[in-house]
Design a protein around this ligand. Structure first.
Ligand SMILES: Nc1ncnc2c1ncn2[C@@H]1O[C@H](COP(=O)(O)OP(=O)(O)O)[C@@H](O)[C@H]1O
Ligand SMILES: O=P(O)(O)O[C@H]1O[C@H](CO)[C@@H](O[C@H]2O[C@H](CO)[C@@H](O)[C@H](O)[C@H]2O)[C@H](O)[C@H]1O
Length: 496
């Protein structure tokens, strides 16, 4: 792309860049975006944190990279990454759906401003930047020098529900553009890089990435020189299907999923073992267990305020967290984990193996929390909840299917690590409860029609029943990581 090759970039200081004319259109557009986290909160102010023209002023199209601070009436302040295309109005028909608005004054007067990722020319320019690393104002583009990136593959935006925005390039690579950004390396770059260095092939290895260095830090963050991770390019696993879609297809066909769940348990265990070997681990003692339980309890209280349907169950749910604090941690290892593991974060690849993706952690949690070591059971609880989600999205609800998958997943996990997660029932129940509470808030904010799914789990988890009765008792752990293990059988009793 000749434009890209010859492009200069211009970094303007916040004071010099007029967000003013763009502000009204962005105020209207931002809350409509799937990735906008401030839904339901009134925006009080937009602030320009950084602006870089990635093509020389006057280029057609122009590409404006913005970091925009969004202040809300409830006192929250987030920072979002926007890539805006700028062209003289009107937009070509193919770009019409990407329109954000028309600038009436300022340097872009008479221009249409649109979602730049929807423009193949601008998407191609972004890849060029990643192919030829270097700095553009506060933006720094990096790549793994040993990993080839093809020139000019056709880009297309990934459709579907997403926390961020992704572009697929010629079916060979996928670029995730983070939307809400924080100071500090995003675990979705940090952990896959660590896993790649450790030789773990279960996770696509980042081949290029870009960051921003803002000496003053963005709004809502500390004043820090820590870079903000903005995007990661990784190989696209062509012909793969995500675990959620696969599970739903199996359910619709009345088919078993336990072999896949078992293999998924093994894949998860492999990733956990590699992360534990590559990055620091700590043993959970009384103070850490109390801190974890306090965090879960606080999250429950905050969620009850936001989702009143939870209120009748609050005491029962809190019991799971009290039990965690009372367990005093028991020396359980805490390590870096995936942090938001569910079926939609798994890909069954063309060769039939499982890969894990999206190590960002729960998008609503502060980055510092997400980068803290935690018991691996947190991920296991996430996946167990996901089997329940799948079974509940099927009519009629298929509890035995979910139970069998949950048991198979734990057995697969145990086969690789030698420890069955069900041997830690207090921890597992606390994490499952915390996840269901998170899901209630997530669904009430993003997909109210789905709220009944976590609510069903909440009713079950709030019963003050002994946790050991929740899942079939594990078979004795195999005497070594490589020990053969019989194929999992469905439990006799449904869990729901
Ligand atoms: N390496 C990959 N190969 C193939 N598809 C991928 C890959 N990474 C992500 N995807 C697809 O993109 C979707 C969104 O990716 P994800 O990392 O979960 O983004 P987000 O954080 O925005 O939710 C996934 O559900 C999956 O379908
Ligand atoms: O966007 P992410 O994939 O990072 O994760 C968020 O969205 C998920 C939904 O898309 C949400 O997952 C919940 O719904 C799934 C079914 O759509 C289900 O498999 C998960 O178990 C359930 O938690 C996830 O919690 C949220 O962080």
């Amino acid at each position: 792309m000749s434009e890209a090759a010859s492009a200069r970039s211009r970094h303007s200081s916040p004071a010099a860049v007029p967000l003013g004319p763009l502000e009204p259109m962005l105020r209207a557009w931002l809350p409509r975006q799937r990735w906008f986290a401030g839904k339901g909160r009134a925006i009080t102010r937009l602030r320009l944190v950084s602006a870089v023209e990635l093509l020389p002023p006057g280029s057609t199209p122009g590409l404006l990279h913005l970091l925009v601070g969004v202040d809300c009436a409830d006192g929250t302040a987030d920072c979002y990454q926007l890539l805006l295309g700028v062209r003289p109005a009107p937009l070509p028909p193919g770009l019409a759906p990407a329109l954000i608005g028309h600038a009436e004054r300022g340097p872009y007067a008479g221009h249409a401003v649109y979602e730049g990722l929807g423009d193949p020319r601008l998407a191609a320019l972004l890849l060029e930047r990643l192919r030829a690393p270097g700095s553009h104002g506060p933006l720094r583009f990096d790549r793994d020098p040993d990993a080839p990136i093809p020139a000019d593959p056709a880009p297309r935006p990934l459709s579907g529900e997403q926390t961020n925005s992704s572009l697929i390039y010629g079916d060979s690579h996928i670029l995730k553009v983070f939307r809400r950004v924080w100071p500090g390396t995003n675990p979705d770059l940090e952990l896959p890089r660590a896993l790649a260095s450790a030789g773990c092939a279960r996770v696509p290895a980042p081949v290029a990435w870009y960051e921003a260095e803002l000496p003053a830090g963005p709004p809502g963050g500390h004043r820090t020189a820590e870079p903000l991770t903005l995007g990661v390019l990784q190989p696209y696993l062509r012909g793969s299907e995500d675990g959620w879609q696969l599970a739903l297809r199996r359910l619709a066909a009345g088919a078993d999923f336990t072999a896949e769940a078992h293999a998924l348990g093994r894949a998860t265990a492999e990733v956990h073992s590699a992360l534990a070997a590559a990055l620091p681990t700590v043993a959970l003692g009384p103070a850490q267990a109390a801190r974890l339980a306090a965090g879960m309890t606080a999250r429950l209280a905050a969620t009850v305020r936001e989702v009143p349907a939870l209120q009748p169950f609050e005491d029962g749910l809190r019991g799971a967290f009290d039990a965690l604090a009372a367990s005093r941690g028991a020396g359980v290892p805490a390590q870096r984990i995936h942090g938001d593991l569910h079926l939609g974060q798994t890909l069954r690849t063309a060769d039939g193996s499982w890969a894990l993706i999206d190590f960002e952690g729960e998008p609503a949690r502060p980055l510092a929390d997400r980068r803290r070591p935690e018991p691996a059971v947190r991920d296991i609880a996430g996946m167990l909840r996901s089997f329940d989600y799948a079974a509940r999205s099927h009519r009629p609800f298929a509890p035995a299917w979910a139970d069998a998958c949950r048991a198979a997943f734990c057995e697969g996990y145990a086969r690789t690590t030698g420890r069955d997660p069900r041997e830690d029932p207090v921890l597992l129940r606390a994490y499952e409860t915390d996840k269901a509470v998170y899901e209630a808030r997530y669904e009430s904010r993003h997909r109210p029609d789905w709220l009944h799914v976590p609510m069903a789990a909440i009713r079950r988890l709030a019963e003050r029943e002994r946790p050991a009765r929740r899942m079939p008792h594990p078979s004795p752990p195999p005497p070594g990581s490589a020990a053969p293990h019989p194929h999992p059988k469905p439990p006799r009793r449904p869990l729901a």
